[in-house]
Design a protein around this ligand. Structure first.
Ligand code: FUB
Length: 330
């Protein structure tokens, strides 16, 4: 009797030693940056780090936006962020006067090319796409061309701010593609110099498209996520996406990715795979800094996990204040 009791105790003790404790999880929170207002997140991965490009919005009072510079942050674990500070201002383009609007960088042969939207000076009108270059993902960036890559006069849009929100992508054959636009979605292949186009600018219609395109590829499918408006449902922008078998289409509308941003007319996607998991970056205007409430301007960037279904469609994402549970819990 005594022997079997001792054996039982030994078995229980052994089981206690060998059972694996549940993995420790960490919870991040949204927004990611809380000391300044930031908009239009653009994440890229380079050498095991995720670099996040944002516009720094200094709007006050009734100002819509006052985005004065682009800044970059980086992380290697999605929890701890390093602030690399400002990397460029709109006036670093001699032909631009203000508005560090949405931008996206890409690396080619050790150089980092930043495609970005700014307000043109009075030698053209409205918004334009500029291209800047740096030897490092953290800048500093300088104008690579000396004039706009796309000025308002180069496209046939319904208004003067249709040339904004560039998204840049390298296809499997080594061709780099630029998509951009507001109301109209334009695209063209970049020439090897990255500062000119290899073919004429074309236009494509995507359901509900408004602005903020973000092009990426997963397995054999091309994805275009974007901010769009479905007025029957909501007067504010929401995130939608379409997919295609090639980088130029044909695009199939796949529905809504995320509902409208809190307090915000705009929303803006940035999607990336990092260390095996996919993330959706976006912005809303839920942050309050020193009494400056969120508004159409004064937005802040955030991140959520992104889940794909077996057939390549994406599960709709809900904006959370809790942010990411790491490691990801499936
Ligand atoms: O942040 C300024 C503009 O608002 C961006 O270019 C658009 O995508 C929208 O987020």
């Amino acid at each position: 009797m005594q022997r079997s009791l001792a054996a039982l105790i030994a078995i229980i003790a052994l089981a206690g030693c060998t059972s694996t404790p549940p993995p420790a999880t960490t919870q991040t929170s949204n927004p990611i940056i809380t000391n300044i207002f930031t908009a239009d997140p653009a994440p890229i991965v380079h050498d095991g780090r995720l670099y996040l490009y944002v516009g720094h919005d200094e709007a006050t009072g009734d100002q819509m936006f006052n985005i004065t510079e682009w800044r970059v942050y980086s992380t290697d674990d999605m929890q701890t962020w390093t602030d690399h500070g400002p990397i460029m201002k709109p006036k670093d383009f001699k032909w631009a006067i203000r508005d560090a609007w949405a931008s996206e960088p890409i690396e080619r042969d050790g150089k980092f090319w930043l495609y970005t939207a700014v307000e043109h000076d009075d030698t053209d009108v409205g918004k334009a796409i500029g291209v800047a270059v740096s030897d490092s993902p953290t800048g500093p960036f300088h104008d690579a061309l000396g004039h706009a890559l796309v000025a308002n006069s180069n496209t046939d849009g319904p208004h003067v701010w249709d040339d904004i929100d560039p998204t840049v992508f390298e296809d499997d054959d080594g061709t780099f593609w630029l998509y951009w636009g507001n109301a109209n979605l334009y695209y063209a292949p970049l020439a090897p110099d990255m500062t000119s186009f290899a073919a004429p600018i074309q236009k494509v219609d995507l359901t509900n498209f408004e602005e903020g395109p973000w092009l990426f590829k997963r397995d054999s499918l091309y994805y275009m996520a974007y901010a769009g408006i479905d007025e029957a449902e909501n007067e504010n922008e929401q995130l939608y996406y379409s997919t295609a078998p090639t980088v130029t289409g044909p695009w199939t509308y796949r529905g809504k990715l995320m509902g409208p941003g809190e307090n915000s007319f705009t929303i803006h996607p940035g999607i990336v795979e990092f260390k095996g998991d996919w993330y959706l970056f976006y912005h809303n205007a839920a942050l309050n800094i020193d009494g400056e409430d969120g508004a159409i301007g004064r937005r802040s960037v955030r991140a959520e996990h992104l889940y794909f279904n077996e057939d390549g469609t994406i599960q709709p994402v809900t904006a959370t204040a809790e942010g990411l549970t790491l490691p990801r819990q499936d």
